[in-house]
Design a protein around this ligand. Structure first.
Ligand SMILES: *[C@@H]1O[C@H](CO)[C@@H](O)[C@H](O)[C@H]1NC(C)=O
Ligand SMILES: *[C@@H]1O[C@H](CO)[C@@H](O)[C@H](O)[C@H]1NC(C)=O
Ligand SMILES: *[C@@H]1O[C@H](CO)[C@@H](O)[C@H](O)[C@H]1NC(C)=O
Ligand SMILES: *[C@@H]1O[C@H](CO)[C@@H](O)[C@H](O)[C@H]1NC(C)=O
Length: 276
């Protein structure tokens, strides 16, 4: 009984701290694609503890140096940078960027962290990617979801048409559906064409493949391009932690601390008694 009680309380602590999040930064996920010309959510300095922040670009493809600069999609100067798009290393491995939602985690935990994805179904089953999270998948708040950043996907609120100029429809495809074939990649801005074609070559234009994901230290290939590096990027890699062993460590090494925390938690959150 006491052990159960302490475990429950410690689980409560796990939710309140960020140091044990590694355990929930792996699992299975839906995937999809998106593209927009807005400031990626992870570019805001409040989205995590960063050694250096995510690059954003203005309409002339120059870096916006102020990380608090307004979102292009809200009338500000900061838009997404063209090079934060996928590329193939070989037929079975690609690098890329993604908008992420991880159930049970907070955007400050996944912003600019990197994940190895392995596709588990569709025609690209067995292929792998390492992606860096640059955006928050606000459309989804229930299930794990990695939406790959791929130009040629639907142009949210026609903001890319506005950023790059061009004719709606021919440029980024039909409203809310995006491009339908590789020939249309010839219509997107030259700087985005290679990444647009990646979807029809390496990615085989599959629809919503599922993938396993697990956090990895960010490869320099990705951070060099995005500029973004989390403070815990290397720490995470050298000391992979999971919730369970940490719980045991607390309980084994410091029963008095556990008891003190338990009492404090009771005082702070009397509603935990409802659990029993
Ligand atoms: C593809 O590249 C990845 C990453 O560099 C490497 O681990 C893998 O062995 C390569 N696969 C092939 C088939 O060359
Ligand atoms: C695209 O769809 C959005 C949202 O439904 C709408 O506001 C916009 O006018 C549409 N644009 C065009 C060019 O049809
Ligand atoms: C690509 O899609 C466009 C627009 O739907 C269509 O006009 C064109 O014929 C298609 N091209 C090929 C090669 O399928
Ligand atoms: C991905 O998983 C969902 C849920 O299990 C399934 O409905 C869907 O068909 C899967 N996608 C593919 C491409 O197999």
């Amino acid at each position: 009984m006491v052990a159960t009680l302490l475990s429950s309380l410690l689980l409560g602590i796990n939710f309140l701290t960020t140091s044990t999040s590694a355990a929930i930064l792996s699992g299975e996920s839906f995937t999809s694609m998106y593209y927009d010309c807005c400031k990626p959510a992870c570019a805001w300095p409040t989205q995590g503890k960063f050694i250096s922040g995510l690059k954003t670009c203005d309409v002339n493809d120059q870096y916006v140096l102020d990380d608090t600069a307004g979102n292009y999609c809200g009338g500000g100067p900061a838009s997404s940078c063209i090079e934060q798009t996928p590329w193939a290393v070989n037929d079975s491995f690609s690098f890329g960027y993604a908008s992420i939602f991880i159930r049970g985690a907070d955007s400050t935990e996944w912003c600019c962290s990197c994940y190895e994805l392995e596709f588990v179904d569709s025609d690209i089953k067995g292929k792998k990617m390492i992606v860096q999270g640059i955006n928050v998948n606000y459309n989804e708040d229930q299930i794990n979801w990695f939406s790959l950043t791929v130009p040629g996907q639907a142009d949210w609120r026609s903001q890319c048409q506005e950023r790059f100029g061009g004719t709606f429809g021919e440029f980024f495809g039909a409203n809310s559906t995006g491009l339908t074939n590789v020939t249309q990649c010839d219509n997107v801005p030259v700087s985005l064409q290679a990444a647009c074609k990646w979807r029809y070559t390496w990615y085989q234009n599959v629809k919503g493949p599922n993938a396993t994901f697990s956090r990895v230290q960010c490869p320099a290939e990705l951070t060099k391009v995005s500029g973004c590096l989390r403070e815990d990027d290397r720490i995470f890699n050298s000391t992979p932690s999971t919730a369970a062993p940490l719980l045991q460590t607390y309980a084994a090494t410091s029963p008095l601390l556990v008891f003190t925390i338990a009492v404090l938690l009771f005082l702070s959150f009397p509603q935990v008694l409802d659990l029993f």
